[in-house]
Structure formats: structure tokens, C-alpha cells
Design a binder for this molecule. Structure first.
Ligand code: UDP
Ligand code: MG
Length: 324
């Protein structure tokens, strides 16, 4: 029975969370044991520099249900989650932040829903009081944009805290894109989905790893991966602008024929030149964003590199995320 796959694999991505790891483990074990499931827990150390890896080693030595991988550098949370899914062997996977913001007790409800037959169960965040106002505001704008223009609609409040049945995990494993926007991917795969509401807690210790710069590039990844509209919109903008220019041309043509030539118009000229030059640069920039992503995919590099691993047998390693 030693080798049988556990019921639940916990996937725990972390970056410099050393002070949160033990409290996390202490909170997780009773919940999972109470649920009467067998489990394994996988820490994915996303290039921490604060001694998180040493703590993980100690935890894994003391309890064989825990294992850890450590990346060769920081690859980002989305990639860390992908690595966790690669290595999970459970009949279901629960993804959870390692900073204690996701209440472990919710796993009970996840498992209950899973037993009812749901395969894609997400924790639905009811409030955002734990984040600064500005971040909430920008987050709302982003999700509204994505909802309006994206090809995949995301359930409101859904994040990474969730349970995925093995079937859903296998589906996700087939998506090897490099610019990963997991929230979109979870929605894209479908399967019987439901949400379980919860209130986000405050961080155990440390501070958020997502500054506004990181959040912006994350948002851009989301929009670019799930919407081709920024690429297509320029056709319409171009048509509208050219139409406008043509009508302007005929207006001035007729006016010149009727009233002769006049010179003034410097201001309007310079403004329209600057405006249309700006438009062209923006549209080039949008093309550039997509091409950069295509370039990234074409290079075909592995998603991540593992520097160290606690479990030597390296279960089901998918050649470190390369693959089709
Ligand atoms: N995280 C990660 N790699 C990163 C940034 C964050 O694995 O590059 C982990 C982090 O340690 C935490 C989770 O992702 O377990 C959520 O990050 P954080 O709490 O900083 O984000 P927030 O809760 O503010 O959205
Ligand atoms: Mg957090």
C-alpha cells in the first residue's frame, strides 16, 4: 500500500515564507486527518533566499507525507503551481498559498464538494479588505476588461485556492504554455465547477510578493493569453481613422475649390500628426507584446528548472516541464 497514490496532493508554492511554513503545516495536518483522507504535500520553493528551503527539508525529514522541490531561481507563482501539478500524484490536488491567507478549514468543504462529484472547486473570495484600496481598484478594472474582451469568462472572486480532480489536473498538464495565467486556465478547462465562499485572512508573516510592477505584467499576461482583441482592434481603429481622414480630405478639397487656399492650420496639423504617430506606436507595441510571447513559446525552454528535491524518487517527473 506504500506506493498507492494518496487521495489529496497539496500544492504549496512559496517564495520567502520561512516564518509561515511551520504554522501552515500545523494547521494543515489536523484538517486533512479529520477529513479521513490520505495526503501528500508538495512545497515548491520558488527560489527563496530566506532559509525557507532549510525549513522545508526539516519538515520533510520529520514527516514523509511532505516533500519539497526547490527551483534554481524565482520563476513566479504561476510556474511554481505548474511544477506542483507535475509532481502531484493524488486523486485530487488542492492548491493553496503558503502565507496562511487561505484558511485550511475550507479544504473540508472542498473535499465534501469533490465527493459530490465536482471536479473543479474554487475558493471564492468574498472580500478584498486585506489588500490596499488602489490594488483592489486596479484589480477590478482588470477583471472587468478581461470579462468584456476575453474569450474565457472567469468566475468572480476565484483564485488559486482550489481543489482539482485528477481529471482536471491531467487536463491542465496538457497546457504547457509559458506565459501562464492560471486563473484563465482553470476556467478554460471546464469540468463540473463550483465555488465555496471564504474570507481571505491576513498574511501570517512577511509581506506580499506582488508589487504593482509584477501585478501589471501578470495582468498583461492574462489579457494577452485570453484575448486576441488588442491585436484585432487596430483593424477597426485604422478603418475609422482612415474613414475620418478621407472625409476630412473631401471637406478640405471642396472648401479649397469654393474658397481658395488658406494657410492657417498649424495647430491642427501638428496635433493630428502627433496623435496618429502615437496610434501607430501603440499598435506596434501591441504587436510586439504578442510577438514577444510567440517568441517565448517558440524557444521551447522548459517551464522551470529544479535545483534540489527532497524525495529522491521524483514521482512522475515530466522532464521538468518541457514536453509538448
Ligand atoms: N509566490 C511564489 N512565487 C513568487 C511570488 C509569490 O511562489 O514569485 C507565492 C507566495 O510565497 C505565496 C503565494 O505565492 O505563497 C501568494 O503570494 P503573495 O501572498 O505574495 O500574493 P498576494 O496574496 O498578495 O496576492
Ligand atoms: Mg498572500
Amino acid at each position: 500500500m506504500e506506493d498507492a497514490s494518496p487521495d489529496i496532493s497539496m500544492v504549496l508554492p512559496l517564495f520567502n515564507e520561512s516564518a509561515n511554513l511551520r504554522p501552515l503545516v500545523d494547521a494543515l495536518i489536523p484538517v486533512l486527518e479529520d477529513c479521513g483522507v490520505t495526503f501528500e504535500a508538495i512545497f515548491i520553493d520558488d527560489g527563496s533566499t530566506d532559509g525557507s528551503w532549510e525549513t522545508i527539508r526539516a519538515i520533510c525529514n520529520a514527516d514523509s507525507r511532505f516533500q519539497g522541490l526547490s527551483f534554481s531561481r524565482n520563476f513566479g507563482k504561476e510556474i511554481a503551481i505548474a511544477a506542483g501539478l507535475d509532481h502531484a500524484r493524488g486523486k485530487a490536488v488542492v492548491i493553496m498559498d503558503a502565507d496562511l491567507q487561505h484558511p485550511p478549514e475550507l479544504i473540508r468543504n472542498f473535499i465534501a464538494k469533490w465527493r459530490e462529484g465536482y471536479k473543479n472547486i474554487y475558493g471564492q473570495r468574498m472580500d478584498r479588505v486585506t489588500d490596499p484600496e488602489l490594488r483592489n481598484f486596479l484589480t477590478r478594472i482588470f477583471y472587468r476588461l478581461l470579462d468584456r474582451f476575453g474569450d474565457t469568462s472567469l468566475p468572480p472572486g476565484a483564485g488559486d485556492f482550489r481543489l482539482l480532480d485528477r481529471q482536471a489536473v491531467d487536463a491542465l498538464l496538457k497546457l504547457r504554455e509559458r506565459a501562464r495565467f492560471n486563473k484563465g486556465l482553470y476556467a478554460w478547462i471546464g469540468f463540473k465547477t463550483c465555488g465555496v465562499p471564504f474570507e481571505m485572512r491576513r498574511r501570517g508573516s512577511g509581506s506580499t510578493k506582488f508589487d504593482y510592477g509584477k501585478l501589471f505584467s501578470f495582468a498583461l499576461d492574462g489579457l494577452m493569453s485570453f484575448s486576441a482583441l488588442p491585436l484585432k482592434v487596430w483593424t477597426y481603429v485604422g478603418l475609422a481613422v482612415s474613414g475620418f481622414a478621407l472625409s476630412m480630405a473631401s471637406f478640405y478639397g471642396i472648401r479649397t475649390m469654393l474658397f481658395g487656399v488658406d494657410v492657417p492650420g498649424y495647430a491642427s496639423l501638428i496635433v493630428s500628426i502627433a496623435f496618429f504617430a502615437g496610434m501607430q506606436l501603440i499598435s506596434l507595441g501591441v504587436l510586439g507584446e504578442y510577438i514577444a510571447r510567440i517568441f517565448d513559446e517558440v524557444k521551447g525552454r522548459p517551464l522551470y528548472l529544479i535545483a534540489e528535491q527532497t524525495a529522491e524518487d521524483a514521482p512522475k517527473s515530466r522532464d521538468q516541464g518541457a514536453g509538448a
